[in-house]
Design a protein around this ligand. Structure first.
Ligand SMILES: *[C@@H]1O[C@H](CO)[C@@H](O)[C@H](O)[C@H]1NC(C)=O
Ligand SMILES: *[C@@H]1O[C@H](CO)[C@@H](O)[C@H](O)[C@H]1NC(C)=O
Ligand SMILES: *[C@@H]1O[C@H](CO)[C@@H](O)[C@H](O)[C@H]1NC(C)=O
Ligand SMILES: *[C@@H]1O[C@H](CO)[C@@H](O)[C@H](O)[C@H]1NC(C)=O
Ligand SMILES: *[C@@H]1O[C@H](CO)[C@@H](O)[C@H](O)[C@H]1NC(C)=O
Ligand SMILES: *[C@@H]1O[C@H](CO)[C@@H](O)[C@H](O)[C@H]1NC(C)=O
Ligand SMILES: *[C@@H]1O[C@H](CO)[C@@H](O)[C@H](O)[C@H]1NC(C)=O
Length: 536
């Protein structure tokens, strides 16, 4: 078939042959980033036959957004990633791009409902947004307009390496449903999953400008019909993108399954941030309609269910092919406000650490819990350095040059201090530093990146960010902090409050320090592990 031959030829041309040491300034050491060029949203996350597939929005021809294609990386353990040949290369690249492949998702069609299977091989099917660059008549005979966004499919019968676009019929969802057909330029980001209870495929798309999600159903991944719509709801400060819908058991109780809807918002992110953010709603899904619980609406404050309270967590999506007891997501660790201007070179953008999700009742409210569970800590030979202080006196304690890749666990209780926390990625003169801690009066985590290194590329970057966190009933506060060469991820409490922020510190910013401001802090327990690079 012409299409697959062409796709194969282009794949070979576009193989990631670029040599990199993965040691350039700011290069993430245990987060995925491509060897070179621009990335944004993770897409098509799929666990299949023991391999984690991470596809991602990728520009094969530049370090800024453009030529959007699906890049690809694989991992056995969600920790060590290997970049693979491009999965879906912008059609017409490099001379005359007529169709770009935007955000989408992927499934293993184990029952061959699509009929794409060959010789007993399970077909993998990806659904993506076709972004048409020019008015054109497609191989399927369908006519599309310039700037139109439609939903198309592609399949792989070699476990996710080579993909063939379904040109006989693409796009499989050409237009938004009536009465929203005038939204054809902002109709995107299909997330797909198998719904056991009704034996159907379900797909969620965003009508970005009007803050609506549309749910669709199919028996064969090719013919789709509308089920319902959802929204506008809560945060609508920018466009809605990258929806995600999945079940989780509340408090590990199988009789209390709830459904979580995640929606990206750009701009209009969490308070104190500028640019993109990610919100979530907890509710129910009956196979047709998503209904948020009453608790998802906060009277007088319609934007407080943020999945992450930092500036650099967007476009999160979940792995298909994992049990709901191991529901795992990855987000894009960047922000549209300054994403193309960050000082990293020759790549722009990285993925967050994988987060394992659960639902827990906290203060009588079902709450999304996020935890990084990966094994990167076990590969560090130096083990964990632990220290405890019954009373940590007002002031600071230097921890020395602990390094630039850390997994920090910090637990403490209030005494009369106003703030307690840790400074990381500091130069020996403390002129450059990033402070992470807890504000006892405001009951919130903070990350202060005002002096974190290079902050010059965007006027909003040098800021302090906050995430609300109520201490445990015994008054203790727990923080888990992942520090990489250019990022901080904080998980507060059980993981009910998270805050992700990029930083661009100097090479010599290896020092750390604990601090207690305004008084003493009690029962301080510190555990620090150095994390090794996960690049081979
Ligand atoms: C699954 O992966 C193993 C290697 O890890 C491979 O030998 C086997 O052929 C794969 N099975 C299928 C059905 O793709
Ligand atoms: C798209 O790729 C082409 C070919 O490499 C390159 O010349 C062009 O600059 C790229 N566009 C963008 C916006 O990066
Ligand atoms: C680009 O491709 C489109 C669609 O195939 C075609 O109509 C157009 O003439 C091409 N433009 C160039 C400059 O090759
Ligand atoms: C495959 O078919 C079985 C038997 O009908 C069904 O239980 C299962 O949910 C299906 N799975 C998928 C992913 O289609
Ligand atoms: C999947 O369906 C196609 C089309 O009906 C058929 O050719 C193929 O044998 C089927 N099964 C598998 C496992 O490949
Ligand atoms: C909304 O929630 C944020 C974060 O908890 C808080 O800072 C703000 O004061 C709240 N606003 C209202 C009106 O309740
Ligand atoms: C750290 O490195 C930066 C950039 O090379 C340099 O300007 C600065 O003086 C160094 N600071 C210390 C305390 O060594």
């Amino acid at each position: 078939m012409i299409v697959s031959l062409k796709a194969l030829g282009l794949c070979l041309l576009a193989s990631p042959t670029w040599a990199t040491s993965y040691k350039e300034p700011y290069r993430p050491q245990f987060h995925f980033s491509p060897a070179k060029n621009w990335i944004n949203d993770p897409v098509g996350l799929l666990h299949h036959n023991g391999t984690y597939h991470l596809y991602y929005q990728y520009n094969p021809g530049g370090i800024e957004w453009g030529n959007m294609s699906w890049g690809h990386a694989t991992s056995d353990d969600l920790t060590h990633w290997e970049e693979q040949p491009i999965a879906l290369l912008a059609r017409g690249f490099p001379e005359n791009v007529t169709e770009m492949f935007f955000t989408g998702s992927a499934v293993a069609d184990v029952n061959n409902t699509s009929g794409f299977g060959v010789d007993g091989k399970t077909p993998l099917v990806a659904v993506y947004t076709s972004s048409y660059q020019v008015t054109q008549t497609l191989p399927s005979g369908k006519e599309v307009k310039a700037n139109q966004q439609s939903q198309s499919i592609a399949y792989s019968i070699d476990d996710g390496m080579a993909w063939t676009t379904y040109d006989e019929a693409n796009p499989v969802i050409q237009n938004p449903p009536t009465p929203y057909q005038n939204q054809y330029e902002n109709f995107r980001d299909p997330f797909i999953f198998w719904h056991e209870q009704t034996n159907k495929w379900i797909l969620v798309t965003a009508l970005s400008e009007i803050h609506k999600l549309v749910l669709w159903t199919s028996d064969n991944l090719k013919d789709w019909k509308v089920l319902s719509e959802f929204g506008p709801f809560n945060g609508v400060g920018g466009v809605w993108e990258c929806p995600n819908l999945f079940p989780l058991d509340l408090d590990n109780d199988e009789s209390k399954t709830k459904w979580v809807m995640i929606v990206g918002l750009n701009p209009g992110g969490p308070p104190g941030t500028v640019g993109s953010g990610t919100q979530y709603f907890i509710g129910s899904f009956d196979g047709t309609k998503f209904t948020p619980d009453d608790e998802s609406v906060y009277p007088g404050n319609k934007t407080s269910n943020w999945m992450d309270w930092g500036p650099d967590y967007y476009a999160t999506t979940s792995f298909n092919g994992l049990p709901s007891t191991d529901h795992t997501v990855i987000g894009w660790m960047n922000n549209w406000q300054y994403g193309t201007k960050i000082p990293a070179y020759p790549w722009h953008g990285a993925m967050t650490a994988p987060r394992h999700l659960s639902l827990k009742t906290i203060n009588e409210k079902p709450t999304l819990i996020q935890q990084p569970n990966e094994a990167w800590k076990s590969i560090e030979s130096q083990g964990k350095h632990s220290s405890t202080w019954k009373t940590f006196n007002q002031g600071s304690k230097d921890l020395g040059p602990v390094g630039k890749t850390l997994d920090v666990e910090l637990e403490f209780s209030a005494s009369d201090a106003s703030k307690f926390g840790i400074i990381v990625q500091a130069t020996s003169d403390w002129k450059e530093q990033t402070a992470i801690g807890y504000d006892f009066k405001g009951k919130q985590i903070f990350v202060d990146r005002t002096k974190s290194g290079d902050v010059s590329f965007d006027e909003t970057f040098a800021s302090v960010y906050h995430a609300p966190l109520i201490p445990n009933s015994d008054g203790t506060v727990r923080l888990r902090i992942l520090v990489d060469w250019s990022s901080i991820e904080v998980f507060g409490g059980d993981g009910e409050a998270t805050l992700t922020a990029q930083i661009f510190p100097s090479k010599n910013a290896t020092f750390a320090q604990l601090f207690s401001d305004g008084g003493d802090t009690r029962n301080v327990q510190l555990g620090v592990r150095r994390v090794s690079s996960t690049w081979k």
